[in-house]
Design a protein. Structure first.
Length: 354
């Protein structure tokens, strides 16, 4: 582990030095690339520097124990330092786990009502509120680019971009089928019903991601928006639907104010979808990632149940249960996300050791 940490520190110092050179600073792409890598290495380097400092203090304190006047005090100090070293050992172990290169990216999220008719669409609306409340609490921003209202409320489909630091690292575990158990407002006999909504989370492809899109492979349809883009919506043909013919992927954007904005947003989403497709193909070829991954990320996989009568939420992938459904639905997702992140780290650590 020390060899890896020394190599990381050496790389960090090299990059810091390079970023002071005029020829690097005049190259925007190189500057961005180096700055990004420095940012990624910062936590490991800071923790390792602290670790080295503690090791030096342990060596000095062991010498102090030999002093008859300072011995007892030094023993107490050594005990504290050994505990700090043990904690830093664990932190460094986790920091050295290979990072998901998408963790710092923004996300594209799609929520759809599935089994359960009107109630499924209402539940999709509840999930939308849950995620947007969570985003607000985290200081993230979001933008809905396409939505289709449910006939009795909620959404049969809603698509949004969530932006902020480390969004994907927190919400990447949300892809899959979410199940709700409750008495629907649409149920006159007061019977408990189970309905589902599906969630898909993809990293937003940024400027660094190179995805070639041939304009001849696209079919672009323009039509009248039914979204909530404000004044002008429903009066002009501003909604855009882009079909990528080779893959059959279809992207719709109708909630921006103009046709140009809708087309730009739709192209960004299409790029992200193609990137996600590329990443899935890569993971399947490598094969090793799926053994340690929490869930498949597939829409059909049942990942969580929201039981309203018992105020309970259960994540089936890790066996996590909380009896605070009301808080969860108001965006208090931190505990569930932390449990998923810790399990993910544990599995990756086991994979690294193997």
């Amino acid at each position: 582990m020390i060899d890896r940490l020394e190599a990381t520190l050496e790389r960090y110092n090299y990059l810091q030095e390079e970023l002071t050179k005029t020829e690097i600073l005049s190259d925007i792409k190189k500057t961005r690339e180096y700055s990004k890598e420095v940012s990624e290495l910062e936590d490991i380097v800071n923790c390792y520097k602290k670790y080295k400092k503690v090791l030096n203090e342990i060596t000095d304190t062991k010498e102090m124990i030999k002093d008859p006047d300072l011995g007892e005090m030094a023993k107490e100090e050594l005990k504290t330092l050994e505990e700090e070293k043990e904690q830093l050992d664990k932190e460094l172990e986790i920091l050295l786990i290979p990072k998901d290169p998408n963790d710092n990216k923004n996300i594209i999220m799609e929520i759809r009502g599935a089994a359960g008719g009107d109630e499924a669409n209402i539940f999709a609306g509840d999930l939308f509120r849950m995620y947007t409340r969570y985003a607000e609490k985290q200081g993230f921003t979001y933008n809905v680019y396409n939505s289709i209202d449910g006939t009795a409320g909620g959404f049969s489909q809603i698509e949004l971009v969530i932006r902020g630091k480390g969004v994907y690292s927190k919400l990447k575990y949300e892809s899959g089928s979410h199940r709700v158990q409750r008495v629907p407002v649409t149920e006159s006999n007061g019977r408990l019903q189970t309905s589902t909504a599906t969630v898909l989370v993809m990293p937003e492809a940024d400027d660094d991601v190179e995805i070639e899109i041939n304009q001849n492979d696209l079919r672009i349809d323009i039509y009248r928006s039914s979204g909530c883009g404000g004044q002008g919506v429903n009066t002009t043909d501003s909604a855009v639907r882009i079909t990528h013919l080779p893959t059959g992927l279809v992207v719709t954007c109708q909630n921006e104010r103009s046709q140009i904005q809708n087309k730009e947003q739709a192209m960004k989403v299409l790029k992200s979808r193609l990137y996600e497709l590329q990443e899935q193909e890569r993971a399947e070829k490598e094969g090793n990632e799926r053994r340690s991954k929490i869930g498949t990320g597939d829409r059909a996989e049942k990942i969580r149940t929201y039981n309203y009568p018992q105020n309970r939420v259960t994540d089936h992938r890790i066996g996590y249960t909380t009896n605070s459904l009301d808080r969860v639905m108001d965006g208090a997702l931190d505990d569930i996300i932390l449990a998923l992140q810790q399990e993910d780290q544990k599995r990756k650590l086991q994979g690294t050791e193997e």
